[in-house]
Design a protein around this ligand. Structure first.
Ligand code: MSP
Length: 508
């Protein structure tokens, strides 16, 4: 049993959660569940990013004290995680004492190693991104300068502590070369590498113009830069600075899941901070793409941000989970259209998987007295079906190892389509009158197929697959990947089947 550590970004509490937030965490959840299904020890972390100027301003706008405000908004992210069925082991908030202790310890370690010095910052800053930008990165419209993300920037001039980032440029480039899987997908890796090659400057890591943050040790006129604070959450939750803690065994993280907008922080600043402090850098950062909504950018001002809770209400949780990871290659941008959700649900879940389950289980119920027929050797068509099934878990594992969620689902669907072809060709409903033995063999093969599909789909659709495995008569303790090698006994009594998926009639 190996141990794995997967993280989501911690979410800013300046606004309520939308579908983009649910997406990053969903991918993390599926990988965490998959690794548990393989029998590994998993630590899955999510949480909220609560300091900084942006959050302070949101609290002011809401007329609330920042702590009361962050308590409230953080709660809405907790609720989202619960409703989305996320299986996180810890939910961290950056306003917690354990996190303040970790940030303070990390800062002091960097000071001890002479990685931090006091200077003066003068340059462009975007509060929306909580990021500094060089003048050559900006565009100007109507007298206002904007960052590449579209966020307006303002000129900032204040005393500041600096991290000696420039010193780590060559080390970073070597780290990327030596660990080709560190940044994925490859397009992001290239982007980060060319940014680093173009030259890194020392990074301003404290602010004096507001107070909502963790005070700099020994100089409380400064608060720590919110990204240094935020990134540190990943080691806080693993027990830092107590590297003798039980949880420290999970560090370094296996995959930090992030959106493409925050890859720079995770792939440049974060490994540099850690290496400078003598802590091992994470193994991988995967940057996924962004969702647009019915062809438009999702934004507060357009008022088109999609509330995941409303979608769950309307379509059900598992169809939503399935759709988000099936529709768009992980790493690419994608468009969220309700018509697309409807067609994935109806075509793949209801028609392909649901129908197969329903037809097979109804026939076993009616023609075999609801008892599982024996396993038996069969025809060439049987062997072909079984060969596809046997290979499926390893194929899914390989895709998930590379965070290719859509390909994992495509591989499962391909086998489900093959099983549908098999049932049509073998026509077990007709065999009832001609060859009862053969009917049993066919139904048993179809049952085996459904068991494999339900088992490997558990991380994606935990609720529906649990119901499916109940209907298939698979005991709770026999739902792991390794259990697939042990056939259920002949004669196992199956409960009467009930539909697992419903068709969505109207996407509006
Ligand atoms: N607080 C920082 C992360 C700190 S991690 C140490 C942050 N928070 S965020 O709430 O703004 O964004 C969190 C995640 O949501 C990011 O990974 C971001 O890419 C993702 N998404 C926000 N909008 C999105 C879409 N429209 N589509 C897909 N994901 C998007 O950044």
């Amino acid at each position: 049993m190996a141990s794995f550590y997967f993280t989501t970004p911690i979410y800013y509490v300046n606004d309520k959660p939308h579908i983009g937030h649910a997406y990053t965490s969903l991918a993390t959840d599926v990988l965490a569940r998959w690794k548990r299904l393989e029998g590994h020890d998993v630590f899955f972390l999510t949480g909220t990013d609560e300091h900084g100027q942006k959050v302070e301003k949101a609290a002011q706008d809401a007329g609330m004290d920042p702590q009361a405000f962050t308590d409230q908004v953080s709660q809405s992210f907790r609720l989202l995680a619960e409703r989305m069925g996320f299986s996180h082991d810890d939910f961290i908030r950056t306003t917690e004492p354990r996190h303040k202790a970790a940030c303070t310890a990390l800062w002091e370690e960097l000071v001890r190693r002479d990685e931090i010095y006091l200077g003066h910052y003068e340059g462009w800053y975007a509060v929306r991104d909580e990021a500094f930008y060089g003048p050559d990165e900006l565009v100007e419209r109507d007298g206002v300068k904007y960052a590449p993300s579209g966020a307006p920037v303002a000129w900032v001039k204040e005393p500041s502590y600096f991290f000696r980032l420039s010193k780590w440029q060559d080390w970073l480039l070597r780290y990327y070369e030596d660990n080709p899987g560190f940044i994925a997908p490859a397009s992001r890796r290239n982007e980060v590498m060319s940014f680093v090659k173009s030259g890194l400057q020392d990074l301003s890591i404290s602010r004096t113009s507001f107070t909502w943050g963790i005070p700099v040790p020994g100089d409380p006129a400064h608060v720590m830069y919110v990204w240094l604070d935020a990134l540190t959450n990943y080691v806080t939750a693993a027990g830092y600075p107590d590297t003798g803690a039980e949880r420290w065994k999970f560090w370094p993280a296996d995959v930090h899941f992030v959106g493409k907008d925050i890859v720079r922080f995770h792939a440049i600043y974060w490994p540099a901070f850690l290496e400078a402090a003598g802590i091992a850098p994470p193994k991988r950062v995967f940057a996924h793409g962004w969702w647009t909504i019915e062809g438009q950018k999702m934004s507060k001002s357009l008022g088109n941000a999609i509330d995941p809770l409303a979608l769950i209400e309307q379509y059900g949780l598992d169809p939503l989970r399935y759709f988000l990871l099936r529709e768009v290659p992980f790493g690419n941008d994608g468009d969220f259209a309700k018509s697309a959700l409807m067609s994935r649900n109806n075509g793949e879940l209801a028609d392909t998987l649901g129908n197969l389950a329903n037809r097979t289980l109804s026939l076993i119920q009616r023609n075999c007295e609801g008892r599982l027929p024996a396993v038996a050797a069969g025809t060439e068509a049987d062997a072909e079906l079984l060969a596809g099934l046997i290979a499926l878990p390893a194929a899914v594992a390989a895709h998930l190892e590379a965070q290719e969620f859509h390909l994992a689902l495509e591989a499962i669907m391909a086998q489900a389509r093959a099983a549908n072809g098999y049932i049509t060709l073998q026509a077990p409903w007709a065999l009832k009158k001609t060859d009862l033995v053969r009917m049993g063999v066919v139904l048993r093969h179809l049952h085996s197929a459904l068991r494999v599909f339900a088992t490997v789909l558990q991380p994606f659709m935990p609720g529906t697959t649990a119901a499916m495995l109940d209907q298939l008569g698979v005991p709770q303790q026999a739902r792991g990947l390794a259990d697939l090698a042990v056939p259920l006994p002949e004669g196992t009594a199956l409960p009467p089947p009930a539909p697992l998926f419903r068709k969505i009639e109207d996407a509006a």
